[in-house]
Design a protein around this ligand. Structure first.
Ligand code: NAD
Length: 285
């Protein structure tokens, strides 16, 4: 099996490291943007080869995995299309599945080879230096096969993810994007918004000097990569806006309760959230 990983950042490099650690018998080529990162990746034995030329790299690929920011996917798909063998499986790790599916269907022939996937694992650091061979262990990976996806291709992608120690689940593309808007995309937008709003306060320096506990937990997401999150907002706008509108209504409700001193409503709301949060903790553990 010749696996080509396009984009050797946090997710691409962690995936390469994880399958190698698990004894992957094939060879891995990384498509990178600079010679120096290619040389480093081979020196660290993350991959066997590197290439600066996607058209050349995919010529002998059995599977191509796109691990670039969402808005870079389209260019990579159109660039590789002319030299991609017709049997080659094309998968990705992007956070928005409908956008990848649309771009892949538009750029590629043989839709049975398209296998979108999304690991629900990550961290605020990005780039190859943040790679971690244990990143996906016991974490969920959602595969979102298209109606056209061939079962054998879905199995091949799932088998590689299973090697990383991940737990696989299947959702359809739109369902994935709706759920992830609520659980990941909107929380990141809120964290960025909160920290940005505080930065603009006249006493910002003081605010950040006294950060602890709650603020630190909540604002952690705002340390994430701005390009990656801007791309996610631009490729999943409908679901994110719907979720933001629902949240906005709820926030207004809480705001009114604070304004009129309605302790019952506040307590009921916070208690509901507390119970839900501890049940969710039980599900996770
Ligand atoms: P990263 O920034 O660590 O790596 C991205 C890689 O893509 C880098 O190697 C970079 O050189 C390359 N790249 C960037 N722009 C490019 C362009 N225009 N053309 C070609 N290559 C380009 O990012 P990451 O965290 O590994 O994220 C990669 C993908 O995985 C994204 O689509 C993201 O939505 C998804 N994802 C990220 C996380 C996370 O928590 N970081 C989790 C799950 C999925």
């Amino acid at each position: 099996m010749h696996l080509v990983i396009v984009g050797l950042g946090l997710i691409g490099a962690s995936f390469a490291a994880a399958v190698k650690k698990a004894g992957f018998g094939g060879s891995i080529t990384a498509v990178v943007r600079s010679q120096s990162s290619g040389v480093t990746a081979v020196e660290r034995a993350l991959v066997d080869h590197y290439s600066l030329d996607i058209r050349d790299a995919v010529k002998t690929a059995d599977m191509v995995m796109l691990a670039v920011p969402m808005l870079a996917m389209r260019g990579q798909l159109t660039d590789m299309a002319p030299t991609l063998p017709t049997h080659t499986i094309v998968t990705d790790v992007g956070s928005v599945k409908s956008y990848f599916a649309e771009q892949a269907l538009a750029a590629l022939t043989h839709p049975e080879r398209i296998v979108p996937a999304h690991p629900i694992a990550g961290r605020e650091r990005s780039g190859m230096d943040a790679a971690d061979e244990t990143l996906f262990e016991k974490r969920r990976v959602i595969v979102t096969p298209l109606p056209e996806t061939a079962a054998a291709n879905l199995d091949a992608v799932s088998a590689l993810w299973a090697m990383t120690g991940a737990v696989l689940e299947t959702l359809d593309v739109e369902h994935h994007d709706r759920v992830l808007a609520h659980t990941s995309h909107v929380p990141h937008v809120l964290a960025f918004a909160l920290v940005d709003a505080l930065v603009k306060q006249p006493e910002a320096e003081e605010i950040f000097r006294y950060t602890a506990g709650g603020f630190r937990d909540f604002s952690r997401l705002a340390a994430s990569d701005p390009v990656m999150w801007s791309d996610i907002c631009r490729t999943n706008p409908e679901a994110i806006l719907k979720s933001l509108d629902q949240f906005d209504l709820h926030l207004q409700h809480i705001r009114s309760a604070i304004e009129i001193g309605d302790g019952d409503t506040l307590e009921r709301t916070f208690e509901r959230a507390r119970v839900a949060r501890s049940q969710y903790n039980d599900v996770q553990s």
